[in-house]
Design a protein around this ligand. Structure first.
Ligand SMILES: NC(=O)c1ccc[n+]([C@@H]2O[C@H](COP(=O)([O-])OP(=O)(O)OC[C@H]3O[C@@H](n4cnc5c(N)ncnc54)[C@H](OP(=O)(O)O)[C@@H]3O)[C@@H](O)[C@H]2O)c1
Length: 256
């Protein structure tokens, strides 16, 4: 029997993950199924109704080792080919490191780094030539960020991991793209701003989710290592490469 070609999206109940599901549905008619993963099942069930392609809703916590083992079993039993993995589950917390709960910050590392790494590890054996991995990093990964310290560090991890993995998988024609958006208009800020506020400058560079996802899918198709959407964030990316970080951190200290 022919193996099913599937796409897996984590963080599919909201924001970027949800939008990836909607756009993939329009583009990838050859995919047999889209698997939606997040904790809020009702949200994904509603999303599934909007998608023409068959979907599988998997309500799970990506940081829960037992949930992940159960997910690994589903992969084994269904014997699928994963054409695309989008790791979008993640969250941020703003505020000074020592003013935030340490447990919540460690939870953030669990979702943004450990779960993404584990999910990638579980999925690679089911990938084939021309499969794609999109790791949702952030422009926050380009530079250390005061009052966003653990989040920015977590996204530097995602960016570094994605680029190294890309080189490891290149010979197998599996292509990894790190998606590094600046601020995107999603529920992300409902969580992130519970403990601190966003710089005015960041709000000014806010883009809509449709654009970020459209460009990320095109960049992944083009086998690009990094997807950066919008001119201000592209400029920030270049600056973070050529200007000493100590200078940029000094400039950021002057911004409100
Ligand atoms: N929005 C931005 O400005 C921005 C900018 C750059 C990068 N990013 C990154 O983009 C990714 C998506 O964020 P977003 O903007 O789409 O935010 P969002 O709308 O808040 O979506 C976050 C998603 O992650 C899922 N999630 C969180 N913890 C989870 C867990 N333990 N297990 C399973 N799923 C979990 C949530 O689902 P449940 O709550 O249902 O589990 C939700 O679907 C994140 O990695 C974020 O860091 C966002």
């Amino acid at each position: 029997m022919k193996r099913k070609n599937i796409a897996i999206i984590t963080g599919a109940s909201s924001g970027l993950g949800l939008e990836f599901a909607l756009q993939m549905d329009k583009i990838f008619h050859k995919m047999d199924e889209i698997w939606l993963i997040a904790r809020r099942k009702e949200r994904m069930t509603e999303l599934a109704k909007l998608i023409e392609m068959p979907t599988k809703v998997i309500a799970m916590d990506v940081t829960d080792v037992n949930d992940m083992r159960a997910f690994g079993k589903i992969l084994e039993i269904e014997d699928v080919t994963i054409r695309m993995l989008v790791n979008s589950a993640g969250f941020g917390l703003m505020g000074a490191f020592d003013s935030l709960s340490i447990e919540e910050q460690l939870d953030m590392l669990d979702v943004n780094c450990k779960a993404l790494t584990r999910m990638t590890y579980y999925c690679i054996p089911y990938m084939q030539k021309n499969s794609r991995i999109l790791q949702i990093a952030s422009s926050a990964g380009f530079l250390p960020q005061k009052n966003f310290a653990v989040y920015a560090a977590s996204k530097s991890y995602v960016l570094s991991f994605s680029r190294a993995l890309r080189e490891e998988l290149r010979g197998r024609n599996i292509w990894v793209t790190a998606v590094c958006p600046g601020p995107v208009d999603t529920e992300f800020f409902d969580v992130a701003e519970r403990s601190g506020s966003t710089l005015g400058l960041k709000k000014w560079t806010m883009v809509d989710v449709e654009r970020v996802v459209r460009e990320a899918l095109l960049d992944s198709y083009d086998k690009k290592a990094i997807s950066v959407c919008s001119l201000p964030i592209k400029s920030f990316h270049v600056m973070a490469k050529v200007i000493p970080h100590s200078w940029l951190l000094g400039i950021m200290n002057l911004l409100k």
